[in-house]
Design a protein around this ligand. Structure first.
Ligand code: HEM
Ligand SMILES: CC(C)=CCC/C(C)=C/CC/C(C)=C/COP(=O)(O)OP(=O)(O)O
Length: 342
């Protein structure tokens, strides 16, 4: 009888220990998940793609894999730090907006003080990694990205002017500079052009989204363009920036000469679709489906444009384009009585 009750008690204790351990395990998993969410992780891959494009262009298709890894990890840490600081600063409005209410700080899963320590740790790790294994310029640029996003966009502009994302968009374009600087240790014209392309792309990217969620912004008094100026004016400005970004993306080919025909073909196709979608939205400014389509496409556009830069810079692509150009020249010169020399 006694033996029987001892064995039951043992089982009970084991069960309780097991439950406690699995509950602790579950809590730990939730804490990690909350810190992860605090960094707004879905945006980071595209920022890194612009960094990678800068690196490939700067190294003419032959990137040192170790430097690539270091720069992408350093860039991730910097972007994560910037996003955590933004989450801390905006916790009041994030609590009010439907889209952001369940973020870790407004939902009470992470305390502000802990988030601040996390942001400082991420920023310090990024600076150290980039300064030690890439170079000081890349590290300082990444830090300027954090300061610009937090100090200029989030603090000075976001709540005060409908031009917030135009000027603030510069923060999102800095990762492209980080990539170029990590390879060369300086910033030259192609790096600034890549910066300009991301900068000009940001208004169509963001305002298309803002058109869909303008009520949320209006509720918390954020003067996003669709709230202040209405749909027609917003779609007009989206159209203007799309008209600027597409030709800007072609300047890599001429006059800069850092990208070739492969990139040119990709940029032309992508640009035409971007213009078509922005034009359609301009014709129907209140059509949410079109706004959603443009927002989604803007992400695909930047992803593929940067991929185009990378593919074009690869030595194999360069060889193929040279061979293609030579063959074309031979073919053309074989045509008799051409009115011009080849
Ligand atoms: C000031 C500039 C920018 C503003 C205000 C802005 C704003 C936003 C907002 C509010 C969202 C929705 C996020 C959510 O639902 O939580 C978003 C999505 C996104 N943004 Fe931007 N953005 C900016 C610049 C950029 C840049 C420079 C990039 C990368 C190059 C980028 C990449 C993305 C991506 C990939 C998404 C989709 C995330 C998902 O899958 O939900 N954004 N952006
Ligand atoms: C080099 C470096 C570290 C650069 C920083 C790049 C960076 C973090 C860009 C973020 C751009 C972005 C998604 C802004 C949205 O902010 P929001 O506050 O309007 O978005 P929300 O409404 O979703 O909170």
């Amino acid at each position: 009888m006694i033996v029987y009750s001892v064995s039951i008690n043992k089982e009970l204790v084991n069960l309780m220990i097991g439950t406690t351990i699995s509950r602790q395990h579950e809590n730990f998993r939730q804490v990690i998940q909350s810190y992860y969410q605090l960094t707004k992780p879905r945006i980071i891959p595209l920022l890194l793609i612009t960094t990678a494009a800068g690196m490939w262009m700067a190294s003419e298709g032959q990137v040192d894999p170790f430097l690539l890894l270091i720069t992408l990890v350093g860039g991730t840490l910097a972007a994560a730090s910037a996003q955590v600081l933004n989450c801390i600063y905006d916790r009041d409005i994030d609590y009010e907006m439907l889209r952001t209410r369940s973020r870790p700080i407004p939902s009470g899963r992470i305390q502000t003080r802990d988030a601040l320590l996390f942001a400082i740790a991420l920023g310090s790790a990024s600076f150290t990694l980039l300064a030690v294994f890439a170079n000081l310029l890349a590290a300082l640029l990444a830090m300027s990205g954090i300061i610009f996003y937090m100090g200029i966009y989030t603090h000075l502009l976001k709540r005060h002017t409908p031009q917030n994302i135009v000027i603030g968009g510069a923060a999102g374009a800095i990762p492209a500079l980080v990539g170029w600087a990590a390879v060369t240790g300086e910033l030259s014209l192609p790096a600034w052009l890549l910066f300009a392309v991301v900068f000009l792309w940001t208004p169509p990217h963001f305002w298309a989204l803002a058109l869909m969620i303008r009520e949320d912004y209006a509720k918390v008094g954020i003067p996003m363009l669709p709230v202040v100026a209405g749909e027609e004016s917003t779609t007009r400005q989206i159209w203007v920036y799309t008209l600027l970004v597409v030709p800007a993306s072609l300047l890599f080919i001429y006059p800069l000469g850092v990208s070739g025909v492969v990139y040119g073909a990709i940029a032309l196709v992508l640009g035409s679709i971007f213009l078509q979608k922005a034009w359609q939205l301009l014709q129907s400014p209140t059509n949410n489906q079109l706004a959603r389509g443009l927002f989604k496409y803007s992400i695909l556009y930047m992803m593929l444009l940067c991929t185009g830069i990378v593919v074009d810079s690869l030595p194999i692509t360069q060889q193929l384009s040279t061979a293609l150009a030579d063959n074309l020249q031979t073919l053309v010169s074989a045509i008799p009585f051409l009115p011009f020399p080849v």
